[in-house]
Design a protein around this ligand. Structure first.
Ligand code: FES
Length: 113
């Protein structure tokens, strides 16, 4: 199954929803990961991209490596004060990372393979 979206709808530094995936553009490099945060299920397509290219959850700012689908920083705010919580979720995503799909571009549209 492939999903497509106009490339113009994902300008650099943004994330948008394409079906069940959060599609982002970090310095003209596109990624697609499943869009439910492993913490409490926030829609990651409403997230942002950190300067180093990680996907940041819009609710509690956990960060994901979009290449591996693994959480690289646990939930922040009040959740960061819970001992071991961040480690627990980071470990969980080693076993159950976000799903990833390859994104191809023909210049005008993006296709999830
Ligand atoms: S729902 Fe994503 S960090 Fe909490």
């Amino acid at each position: 199954m492939s999903d497509s979206v106009p490339a113009a709808s994902v300008p650099p530094g943004t994330v948008t929803a394409v079906g069940d995936y959060a599609v982002g553009n970090h310095d003209e490099s596109y990624f697609a990961v499943s869009k439910r945060c492993r913490h409490l299920g926030a829609d990651l397509s409403g997230g942002s991209i950190s300067p180093d290219g990680c996907l940041v959850c819009p609710w509690h700012r956990a960060e994901y490596d979009v290449a591996s689908g693994r959480m690289t920083r646990g939930p922040q705010g009040i959740f960061a004060k819970v001992p071991g919580l961040g480690t627990l979720f980071m470990t969980l995503t080693r076993v159950v990372p976000l799903r990833r799909r390859r994104v191809t571009s023909d210049g005008t549209s993006l296709t999830l393979e």
